[in-house]
Design a protein around this ligand. Structure first.
Ligand code: URA
Ligand code: SF4
Length: 237
């Protein structure tokens, strides 16, 4: 019997992330990442998409079957639901930079179907350097974690979306960091009534994000109450 390897054969994405690179350079580099085993069975890595200076970054869990085949974030059923709730909340999808906590699709096979599987904590940690690089480059004012995986990636393993959803926290990632449920949790709700109420609750959380964005756009950064002593703050335009 061969001796069991005592170390993990994959050491995380750090070694594949180019230093100080632009988003297009990061996107090109992620396709060759071997930081964890997920690249082996996925079609391609799916990197984030959206404006390089987006005010809002939203983070899902991991690409799904459609995203894996098409190479774009949130283009499958969860993405369609996300489009609807963003629109209902008054947030333009094309102003949001959308990405995932983990960049390669993880799945189990059931016949011909590929069923989404949740990345382990080890895989989430392995992939984090890509998300860190995206957030550093974009430096958004608002980050929204969609679901427990993204929320725990940002806030740590003890964070509970059910307790803290819809609230803004200052984090190292953004001055306003929110968490809410993942859009696919609405799709998974057991019946029409549960689906409708889960959807309303998700829209309500996103409306809080939208309200924050409107307020902060109306009040320029230097005019925020805590910094309003300077002369610039007195300017009304
Ligand atoms: N679910 C996610 O978390 N991300 C996607 O890109 C698609 C589905
Ligand atoms: Fe690299 Fe992330 Fe893909 Fe793992 S999931 S191989 S860490 S890009």
């Amino acid at each position: 019997m061969p001796a069991r390897r005592l170390h993990r054969p994959y050491s995380g994405a750090e070694a594949w992330v180019p230093d100080h690179a632009s988003l297009p350079v990061l996107r090109a580099a992620v396709s060759s990442c071997h930081g964890c085993p997920l690249y082996r069975h996925a079609t391609q890595a799916v990197f984030g998409e959206g404006p390089a200076h987006a005010r809002v970054v939203m983070i899902g869990e991991v690409p799904g079957d459609a995203e894996d085949r098409e190479g774009h974030v949130f283009v499958g059923p969860a993405g369609r639901l996300l489009d609807e709730v963003l629109e209902a909340a008054g947030i333009a999808r094309d102003e949001v930079y959308l990405t995932n906590a983990v960049k390669h699709f993880k799945f189990t096979r059931r016949g011909k179907r590929r069923i989404h599987a949740k990345p382990t904590r080890y895989e989430q940690r392995a992939c984090k350097p890509w998300l860190n690089a995206e957030l550093e480059r974009i430096a958004p004012e608002v980050v929204v974690a969609l679901g427990a995986t993204a929320a725990q990636t940002l806030f740590g393993p003890h964070f509970k979306v059910t307790e803290s959803r819809g609230q803004a926290f200052a984090t190292e990632y953004a001055p306003y960091t929110f968490a809410t449920v993942h859009p696919s949790s609405v799709l998974r709700a057991p019946d029409a009534e549960a689906r409708a109420s889960a959807r309303r609750a998700l829209i309500a959380d996103l409306e809080r994000v939208a309200a924050h964005l409107r307020e902060s756009a109306a009040a320029p950064r230097h005019a925020k109450p805590t910094r309003s002593a300077g002369t610039k703050a007195a300017r009304s335009h």
